[in-house]
Design a protein around this ligand. Structure first.
Ligand SMILES: [Zn+2]
Length: 398
């Protein structure tokens, strides 16, 4: 904000008359400031808004009038203010527009229409086509989006597992679709007639937890997903951290034992080998249980072998998390993913391992939390890719 005003002051100094583009940019910036304040801090009066934004009341009144006309903000009734006068409260209007979030899974596409505060209004599940060619999958996405599309839709976000270059909108490698270097955002956006983003699915979940879930209070946290694979999304300075090529957060393939069993990635002894559903399934078979659900039931009934299996898995997961903690020094670890339904069986050993061996200062302050949004987080976060882009500064007039 400060930089922007410095830039504006510089221009004014140089040629004394601001150019039309500068004024538009400044207006967009101030509009965005108002909307973002109302969205993040909740409803407030014009006086409070003027104080918090630093905008003079006269300028603020004009901007507020325009935003009210457009429907981006709304009047919510009156509150008591000082001097006995009652002031009108202004609020962000989450139903001003919608975005659509999509998750491409192994056999289906999940999609949802989401409002601007992350509430799912409608959802669709569609089976993936037999052919997993980009064109066939795009066809299915186009149909799904068409069936969900109501009102003003700002854009579409797509979450896919694997390596995604979100800045260029390219799926670099997706094991479930067997795609390599597939351009997604541009061709799909053209077909939809909507701006489209693509992102790694664990990152979409992380973004949802950052905006609406357990990650809200933190600028630095790691979101760890446990289930079929082990994934991680990293938030640093309040933003998703992608790394140089979009591959940050591949915690599941951290080497735990170079002599260990072969991982599906081709390396040996990856964290995933000791902590994913594949591990629990193989241990269940060894102990003569039908599947993970039976293993978990036995553990809860007091079977020592079954309990030990989950404790061991939690300890290994804790070792991996501890490495991430020592590397990134996050404020919190947020755990999500399907296997969290058995969290009661592995969280104690997980937490013990993380706190036991991480550096003492970091371990004391570190929060260990459950993700709040469940599987919906994937959809809400994908939709938020479009929402966040719309609400960033400067906010253009529609
Ligand atoms: Zn691996």
């Amino acid at each position: 904000m400060v930089d922007f005003f410095a830039f504006f002051a510089l221009r004014r100094k140089r040629d004394m008359r601001p150019e039309k583009g500068d004024l538009q940019l400044l207006r967009g910036h101030n509009r965005g400031l108002i909307v973002r304040l109302l969205r993040t801090r909740g409803p407030m009066s014009r006086t409070q808004l003027s104080r918090m934004s630093g905008l003079a009341p006269s300028g603020l009144t004009r901007l507020v009038r325009d935003l009210l006309d457009e429907g981006l903000i709304e009047e919510l009734g009156k509150c008591r203010s000082h001097g006995g006068r009652r002031a009108v409260l202004l609020g962000f209007n989450p139903s001003y527009a919608y975005t659509i979030g999509i998750k491409v899974e192994r056999q289906r596409i999940r999609a949802a229409q989401v409002n601007l505060e992350g509430t799912i209004l409608e959802r669709r599940d569609t089976a993936l086509p037999d052919s997993l060619s980009p064109e066939a999958v795009f066809d299915r996405i186009v149909e799904t989006v068409a069936s969900l599309r109501r009102g003003r839709v700002l854009g579409v976000g797509v979450g896919i597992s694997g390596l995604v270059d979100s800045s260029r909108g390219v799926d670099l490698y997706s094991p479930i679709l067997a795609w390599r270097h597939v351009e997604v955002a541009r061709p799909l956006g053209r077909r939809l007639g909507l701006r489209t983003w693509v992102e790694n699915d664990v990152n979409t979940l992380t973004l949802a937890e950052r905006l609406y879930g357990a990650g809200r209070p933190f600028k630095h946290f790691v979101c760890l997903t446990v289930g079929e694979g082990i994934g991680a999304g990293v938030v640093l300075q309040g933003e998703l951290y992608h790394g140089a090529f979009g591959g940050a957060g591949e915690l599941g393939h951290m080497t735990m034992d170079p002599q260990g069993p072969l991982c599906r990635c081709g390396a040996r002894g990856c964290l995933e080998v000791y902590t994913s559903d594949g591990y629990l399934e193989s241990q269940a078979r060894k102990l003569r249980f039908a599947d993970i659900a039976h293993l978990a039931a036995a553990a809860r009934d007091g079977s020592d072998d079954a309990r030990r299996t989950f404790a061991e898995m939690g300890r290994s997961l804790g070792q991996g998390a501890k490495n991430a903690v020592n590397l990134l020094n996050p404020e919190a670890i947020v755990l999500g993913g399907e296997r969290m339904e058995d969290a009661d069986l592995f969280m104690a050993s997980f937490e013990h391992e993380v706190r036991q061996n991480a550096f003492p200062e970091e371990a004391r302050e570190l929060k260990i939390l459950h993700a709040e949004l469940g599987p919906d987080g994937f959809l809400v976060g994908a939709a938020a890719l479009a929402t966040e882009n719309f609400l960033r500064l400067p906010l253009e007039s529609p």
